[in-house]
Design a protein around this ligand. Structure first.
Ligand SMILES: C[S@@+](CC[C@H](N)C(=O)[O-])C[C@H]1O[C@@H](n2cnc3c(N)ncnc32)[C@H](O)[C@@H]1O
Length: 313
């Protein structure tokens, strides 16, 4: 049975990442690099989606059809020129078994399926060759972090950055973060541990930066040459966009390049997710190339104004 999750916005996310994966292999294959695709929250390989067809314009009754679409793992396997190695990590044993069965469709392709927690498995994986300093001169890869919610540890992002050779796509659930950050700092309570794990201890900054000239509006980023750290306030009234900007600066402390996030809009809260690209490779040619590709991605998949949007995208 295919894995049922998400909605039309999941296709936008997968289209965006696939577009980058294609640019990446087009660019690196001629350079004879050993390229890897690492899908750390890989699902089952397939995605079950519901779609409405018919209606007044089609002249027939509206009905909902169920389709089985390719998930991120199958999409990556179809890319040509192909990646040389695939690593799929999935915690759920049933989905991991389904992923393992995908191997039968790609005989001769180097596919490793790891059934476990992505944070633990990624640390084990990058602790070995070819990601160790001596062995990595010809190895490069893209890591896709596509959790449901707050399952990516900050320490995992730091470890990926330290490889200096992986590009990381992170589907950041900004809605889940804002839900954890209560308006009063004191109200965060036992959610502190989760926020520490996902955002590092630095999330407390979100409560302590205020504009120099009080404007009645808490605007920690707006302007910001003028923004200064004043005495901590216990109030948080920032927006999802502001959390994204802050998170981007946090990532920039670890990675050589971090893209502006691509907002992913859902019917359950508008801007719900933010898709970031973070590049670990410090070489200017690598960051320039990544910057060029992600600027296409962000333009091509930017949310459309409501009047131009089709089927909820
Ligand atoms: C949004 S789905 C991924 C969908 C997949 N990228 C696709 O396109 O089909 C998130 C997946 O992460 C898995 N997951 C949740 N927590 C995890 C963890 N700590 N480590 C690894 N996988 C996890 C879930 O079982 C689920 O299959």
């Amino acid at each position: 049975m295919a894995h049922k999750y998400g909605g039309p916005w999941s296709e936008v996310k997968l289209d965006a990442v696939e577009y980058y994966l294609q640019c990446y292999t087009n660019a690196l294959t001629p350079k004879k690099m050993d390229i890897w695709y690492i899908d750390a929250y890989a699902g089952s390989g397939d995605r079950e989606a519901e779609r409405e067809i018919g209606g007044l314009l089609d002249g027939r009754a509206l009905e909902t059809v169920v389709e089985v679409l390719d998930g991120s793992a199958r999409r990556a396997l179809k890319i040509s020129p192909p990646y040389k190695h695939f690593v799929f990590i999935e915690k759920d044993p049933k989905r991991a078994a389904q992923l393992a069965s995908v191997k039968a469709d790609y005989p001769g392709t180097a596919i490793e399926v790891l059934n476990g927690d992505a944070n633990t498995e990624l640390l084990n994986f990058i602790g070995k060759a070819p990601w160790t300093r001596k062995a990595r001169s010809f190895s490069r890869g893209v890591v896709f972090l596509d959790p449901f919610s707050m399952q990516v540890d900050w320490s995992t992002l730091q470890a990926l950055a330290a490889t200096e050779c992986l590009d990381v796509w992170y589907f950041f659930n900004v809605q889940a973060i804002i839900r954890q950050l209560s308006h009063n700092f004191e109200g965060v309570g036992n959610k502190e541990a989760t926020l520490d794990r996902v955002l590092s201890r630095r999330w407390r900054d979100l409560y302590s930066i205020v504009p120099e000239e009080p404007s009645g509006q808490f605007d920690m980023f707006g302007g910001s040459a003028d923004a200064v750290v004043k005495e901590p306030t216990s109030k948080r009234t920032i927006t999802k966009d502001q959390i994204d900007k802050w998170f981007k600066t946090l990532l920039e402390e670890e990675f050589a390049f971090v893209s502006d996030p691509l907002p992913i809009v859902t019917p359950y809260g508008g801007h719900t997710f933010s898709l970031f690209l973070a590049v670990a490779n410090k070489h200017p040619k690598a960051t320039e190339l990544a910057q060029k590709f992600v600027s296409y991605v962000n333009r091509k998949f930017a949310p459309k104004p409501a009047s131009r949007r089709k089927s909820g995208r």
